[in-house]
Design a binder for this molecule. Structure first.
Ligand SMILES: [Fe+2]
Length: 355
């Protein structure tokens, strides 16, 4: 017969011969021990909760408050209590029914049926535990794989557009700062959505892999047609990331696709690719827009010098309600020093492997 990894304890308070017999029957399959006192049982349960706790009580035993403590402890530890008693009629003793972890068993129960019931319960626990571990392993694997996909796609973006080295890191940090401030302010955001925005903000420009080098490195202003072509990086970014969503049904990449698609939309509807306005633009895209523009204004480009923090902040404030969500602009202004710190700390970031 299979040995179970689940453990149990028995306490010797009354009914000793019965419990000794139960102990000897369970011993071959279960790691089980007998405690001499309920105090010893309480200590063990608090340190290393067993799956099962068996005790035999009289009404007088129960009036001693120690069992109340043990039953509560069992409830919070997920330990199933098998309580054997002669009779449960007395008003005092009926209080045991108030403890959710306690299963009352008449002392007349046959040793065979009680042994079988405990073994069945331990088998169920074992199965649940095994499933929980397998699920955790599979979740850990998925989380690792997701992290790898995000960091690989981020690297591709950075290698593709080396002019903006550090841009990805900085914008990710600006986005995190804005989301933290948004949460602190109590504006209300689903915590998983907030986390997914933070984790995938680095992919906002993944669509630039489709923009030619000639355009990405062009020192001067774009012609109308060139600008129209670069604008398509939002559409292609959305397409690339949506491919992961449809292949893996992953909500995190759905947020990533949303950011890639909407981070150039404007509050007044004059952005691209769809010209949507106000709260029709997902919150992720509205947050990313401020982070992206702040960094673009602050950074040197082949065709311009970066602006100061003060000048950049002024431009963003002026664009409140035209380019940007006014509530987010106010939030940005409240934490603008954090933006400045990030821009200074990560100004000279190099790509991995770059000298
Ligand atoms: Fe972009």
């Amino acid at each position: 017969m299979e040995t179970l990894s689940q453990s149990g304890i028995l306490v010797q308070s009354g009914g000793i011969p019965f419990l000794r017999e139960l102990y000897s029957r369970l011993l071959s399959r279960v790691q089980i021990r007998i405690c001499a006192t309920p105090e010893e049982a309480r200590r063990i349960i608090s340190q290393s909760p067993p799956a099962v706790f068996v005790c035999a009580l009289t009404c007088e035993d129960f009036q001693n408050g120690i069992f109340t403590q043990v039953f509560n402890l069992c409830h919070f530890s997920g330990t199933q209590v098998f309580l054997l008693a002669e009779r449960f009629e007395s008003a005092d003793f009926r209080r045991v029914f108030d403890f959710p972890a306690v299963l009352c068993v008449p002392k007349s129960v046959s040793i065979d049926s009680l042994t079988t019931r405990i073994e069945e319960l331990l088998c169920e626990r074992e199965k649940t535990e095994r499933l929980r571990k397998e699920l955790k392993k599979s979740n850990d694997h998925s989380a690792n794989f997701r992290r790898t996909v995000i960091s690989t796609l981020t690297l591709i973006t950075e290698f593709r557009d080396s002019d903006t080295a550090g841009h990805v890191k900085r914008t990710t940090l600006y986005v995190s700062a804005l989301i933290d401030a948004y949460i602190t302010k109590g504006y209300g955001i689903d915590p998983v959505y907030a986390e997914n925005i933070k984790k995938t903000a680095s992919l906002h420009d993944i669509g630039k892999v489709t923009v030619s080098d000639i355009l990405l490195k062009k020192p001067g202003k774009f012609t109308f047609n060139e600008y129209e072509l670069t604008k398509l990086h939002t559409v292609y970014g959305n397409k690339i990331l949506n491919n992961i969503v449809s292949e893996a049904a992953d909500p995190m990449f759905r947020v990533a696709a949303e950011i890639a698609y909407t981070h150039h939309e404007r509050w007044d509807g004059k952005g691209y690719p769809n010209g949507v306005s106000g709260e029709q633009i997902p919150l992720s895209g509205r947050i990313m827009a401020i982070a992206d523009v702040y960094d673009a204004l602050r950074s040197d480009r082949v065709y311009k010098k970066g602006f100061s923090h003060k000048k950049t902040t002024g431009i963003i404030m002026e664009d409140k309600e035209t380019a940007f969500d006014p509530r987010l602009v106010d939030l940005f202004f409240e934490i603008n020093e954090q933006f400045h710190d990030i821009s200074v700390r990560f100004r000279l970031m190099k790509l991995p492997g770059e000298k």
